[in-house]
Design a protein. Structure first.
Length: 127
């Protein structure tokens, strides 16, 4: 588990720990392979799809004040169906999720500076 949101730094720190070894990345079928992309050619990687992730299509709009998106797929699934309401605020977990929000002209989101539940709570309390 890396610290912060700089994926290249996380990948390089990881590489220091595992250099010369073969590493298994269990992942979702639609994974963005963010860390693996930074390690290609530098490490012996075994990439194994262990579950399929696909967007839900049958769900209701939310009237929640705070919407937390954990992946670009979540963003697309939601905003392809529903608009952001005036009272709602958004949190993006990860830079790629933030970029997905921007494709829907949502720029006033919060982005925790690191991954994990504690950082999510901190950004929620800072809103």
């Amino acid at each position: 588990v890396g610290q912060g949101s700089d994926l290249e730094k996380i990948a390089n720190d990881f590489l220091e720990l595992v250099a010369g070894q073969k590493v298994l990345f269990p992942r979702a079928q639609n994974s963005m392979r963010s860390i693996q992309k930074h390690l290609e050619g530098k490490l012996d990687i075994e990439d194994v799809v262990v579950y399929a992730n696909k967007p839900k299509t049958d769900f209701a709009s939310s009237d929640a004040d705070l919407l937390v998106f954990t992946s670009p797929m979540n963003v697309h699934a939601y905003f392809d169906k529903y608009p952001l309401q005036a009272h709602q605020q958004t949190i993006a977990i990860g830079k790629s999720t933030a970029v997905a929000l921007e494709k829907y002209n949502i720029y006033n989101y919060r982005l925790p500076y690191a991954f994990g539940e504690k950082k999510l709570v901190e950004v929620c309390y800072g809103m």
